[in-house]
Design a protein around this ligand. Structure first.
Ligand SMILES: *[C@@H]1O[C@H](CO)[C@@H](O)[C@H](O)[C@H]1NC(C)=O
Ligand SMILES: *[C@@H]1O[C@H](CO)[C@@H](O)[C@H](O)[C@H]1NC(C)=O
Length: 192
């Protein structure tokens, strides 16, 4: 009889715990609304047309909470980095005399690709400062690559534009992170 009461008691505790976990889950993991997408994409320094293009073209975003949205954009970015990396390696190898700048960009791209897993690890650990560093590093890499390529004659405009768009994805990631995940108002309103 005592054992039976004990069992019931621990079951009750378990249910209370579950209820608590469940309600805090619901409280902290609200789904992304259209208004919030609008807020993200119309922030100062964000390329709105590109932002809407990426976020609105993907219907699954309506079912995501902010950490999942962050992962979605991060994976989208990593996929683009890896696509462009392949194209870089192909074109760089066949362009005599310009190899060094392409090689530099390849290193920036490889470094950026590796940042995805790091960012995910820090996001899971809720170490948002380090997530910011990872994502911001990719933006700096893309800026440096585009800057280097812009001094070439002729300018490889395709890679400059693509690098700028990948940098744009980092800026979108930082808005999602700072305004909706870490919720640091001072970072959220800062110019990117
Ligand atoms: C904004 O993004 C579009 C692609 O949607 C691109 O064509 C355009 O060059 C970008 N504008 C700037 C200022 O980067
Ligand atoms: C980014 O990658 C996606 C596929 O993952 C592709 O559909 C899209 O066109 C790419 N965008 C850019 C700017 O490379």
């Amino acid at each position: 009889m005592v054992a039976y009461v004990d069992k019931n008691f621990s079951l009750a505790c378990f249910l209370v715990l579950l209820l608590f976990v469940d309600s805090s889950y619901a409280r902290f993991n609200t789904l992304v609304t259209k208004d919030q997408i609008h807020t993200i994409c119309t922030k100062q320094d964000i390329n709105s047309s590109y932002c809407f293009q990426v976020l609105n073209a993907n219907p699954e975003i309506a079912r995501l909470d902010f950490p999942s949205l962050f992962k979605f954009v991060l994976n989208y970015q990593a996929q683009n980095i890896s696509d462009k990396l392949k194209q870089f390696k192909l074109s760089g190898g066949y362009t005599p005399g310009v190899e060094s700048k392409y090689n530099l960009c390849i290193e920036f791209y490889e470094n950026s690709f590796d940042r995805r897993d790091e960012a995910l690890r820090y996001l899971a650990a809720k170490d948002y400062g380090s997530v910011n560093t990872m994502v911001g590093g990719t933006a700096i890499n893309m800026f440096n690559c585009a800057d280097d390529l812009s001094t070439m004659k002729p300018v490889p405009q395709f890679f400059v534009t693509e690098s700028n768009l990948i940098k744009e994805l980092s800026k979108i990631l930082l808005v999602i992170l700072e305004c909706f995940i870490s919720k640091k108002k001072e970072y959220c309103n800062r110019d990117l």
